[in-house]
Design a protein around this ligand. Structure first.
Ligand code: BDR
Ligand code: CA
Length: 310
């Protein structure tokens, strides 16, 4: 199985991504590292454990990491995810402990302990933990197999400001460190995730599984939808973060371009914008596989089939 570490700020769509990974025997989740993002760190590190318990996977260690961005004030998104970050269904308080080790130390130690190219990082929130690890231990860059992350946008521009996507906007300095690290990057921007929409039929398919997990996924996506449908006028809401895990399982669902992507870190107006050279109009070296499209039917078929296993 491919070894991964999920770095996350749950978040309903983060929760579904974690479930997809835990349901998939092709992946071995070495740990879940939490970061401040959708809601503050105490809630994201609690929510990750709520999700592990829902999946019956209390064996997966959960670590708390950075509680604020590298250089900016934390911006959260309760207006999307609700007060708890996982609004939509009431789940029991987690019994499994939070690990004592800091998430950044876990990342560094795990990467150093494994052969180069054998651990993939899957960031689903602001990139603060990953950037802090890379800054503190530059030697780990060579050891990371690949970073597959959700963040940024090109044609779909911003969901948080007119120019920026939430994860990159919250910590642009961290994003810049990751995008200039030389580590192979695969990016799932809004251009992809806004095509992974939860239609009525897709939500009902989760509910009709008749399982506790299926019910939770349907309840979360229902909650999420209220916000996005009003905002975008589209049918259903985008399930952003599961795209990262789906890519590891079935890369053929996605198409994109290997291009140069730079992060705006100085202009207040466009702070956190991912300046993606989609048309290759510069000679700047490509640093990311920037996805542009996905097979939404195939994605939901995979997701539903896997969620059914839990
Ligand atoms: C990203 O921001 C969060 O609200 C979601 O969990 C996702 O990771 C989408 O912009
Ligand atoms: Ca997220």
């Amino acid at each position: 199985a491919r070894k991964i570490i999920i770095d996350t700020d749950p978040g309903q769509d983060d929760a579904v991504a974690i479930l997809l990974a835990l349901a998939s025997p092709e992946l071995e989740v070495l740990g879940i590292t939490c970061v401040a993002g959708n809601v503050p760190l105490p809630l994201t590190s609690k929510n990750a454990r709520v999700v592990c318990e829902l999946a019956g996977r209390t064996d997966v260690p959960v670590y708390a990491g950075c509680d604020r961005p590298l250089a900016r004030e934390l911006v959260t998104a309760e207006y999307v995810h609700g007060k708890t970050g996982l609004d939509g269904i009431e789940l029991p308080e987690p019994q499994m402990p939070l690990q004592e080790q800091h998430a950044v130390d876990f990342l560094i130690e795990t990467l150093r302990d494994h052969p180069a190219g054998s651990v993939t990082l899957c960031p689903l929130g602001p990139l603060t933990n990953i950037a802090t690890a890379l800054r503190r231990a530059p030697d780990i860059a060579e050891k990371i197999a690949e970073i597959v992350l959700m963040g940024g946008a090109y044609f779909e521009v911003g969901n948080t400001t007119p120019a920026a996507e939430f994860n990159i906007h919250v910590d642009p300095q961290a994003a810049e460190i990751v995008f200039t690290s030389g580590v192979p990057l695969v990016v799932m921007p809004l251009d992809v995730t806004h095509k992974a929409l939860t239609t009525r039929a897709r939500v009902e398919a989760f509910r009709n599984l008749g399982t506790r997990v299926g019910h939770a996924v349907a309840s979360w996506t229902d909650f999420f939808e209220r916000f996005d449908m009003a905002k975008y006028g589209s049918e259903g809401a985008p399930l952003h973060d599961p795209c990262v895990i789906a890519y590891l399982l079935k890369p053929d669902l996605f198409t994109g371009r290997h291009i140069n992507v730079e992060i705006e870190t100085t202009s207040e107006l466009t702070m956190g914008m991912t300046v993606a050279d989609w048309w290759r109009v510069t000679d700047r070296a490509p640093n990311a596989m920037f996805m542009g499209d996905l097979d939404a039917e195939g994605f939901y078929t995979l997701l539903t089939e896997r969620i059914a296993r839990l």
